[in-house]
Design a binder for this molecule. Structure first.
Ligand code: MN
Length: 230
């Protein structure tokens, strides 16, 4: 029996998806890749070496939070951080792509927050352990609707505020790996596929959130998102 018409012994998981601006149809999400330390000033605030290149980690697709929904403060942390990021949504895939070919994969862009249990991340780093518990937990990826896009990627202001106070304020143009390079680098490590999302890294100014905080963020030309920590 093929997977297409298989019967399942338990109910299969719901397909994760994101709303699309100006469309009734939704964008189906396959997986979420994330870039670490892709802005020089953030790399420095995290104690990184200026010569270290960015790198990848991932979150499960169902970490995505629907626009407008609250985010539950997770278990096992006393230091929950915001990381505002430009998100790339792929409509096509491939492996070993050049940066010149990479932008043809882009369906659109969104604004996301890579929510991080910073205390667990620091503990994992000190012990040489993986980052999943620090990065890939439930509701760790709130995102705006996806804006369909053709042409040159966003380069403008990227910002985040907590309770009206601006904490992160930079420009996407400051990314160490530009959007086309991120897709190219990812395609050297994984065969990319339609439905993949890539969180492209955060600028400086990351910091803690607590229950009751109202978080807002945006990327110029792409959109905005807002959520409350509950
Ligand atoms: Mn991040």
């Amino acid at each position: 029996m093929s997977a297409q018409n298989a019967s399942f012994v338990i109910d299969p998981p719901v397909q994760v998806s994101a709303p699309v601006e100006g469309q009734s149809g939704r964008f189906p999400v396959r997986r979420i890749l994330c870039v670490g330390r892709n802005y020089a000033a953030h790399r420095r605030e995290m104690g990184g070496d200026d010569r270290d290149p960015p790198f990848f980690f991932s979150k499960p697709a169902d970490a995505l939070v629907e626009p407008g929904r609250d985010v539950a403060y997770p278990q096992k942390t006393a230091n929950l951080h915001h990381e505002i990021e430009l998100v790339v949504a792929l409509k096509a895939g491939g492996a070993d792509l050049t940066p010149e070919k990479a932008l043809a994969l882009v369906y659109g862009y969104a604004v996301g927050v890579d929510i991080t249990r910073r205390d667990l991340q620091a503990a994992a780093r000190d012990k040489g352990q993986p980052w999943e518990a620090a990065k890939g937990f439930d509701q760790s990826a709130p995102s705006s609707p996806i804006r369909p896009w053709t042409g040159a990627p966003p380069q403008g202001r990227i910002w985040l505020s907590v309770n009206g106070e601006v904490r992160q304020d930079a420009v996407v143009a400051d990314m160490i790996w530009a959007t086309a390079e991120i897709i190219s680098e990812a395609s050297k490590l994984w065969r990319l596929a339609p439905g993949d999302l890539i969180f492209t890294g955060t600028p400086e100014g990351v910091g803690p959130m607590v229950r009751g905080d109202q978080v807002k963020g945006g990327v110029e030309g792409v959109g905005e998102l807002a959520f409350r920590i509950v």
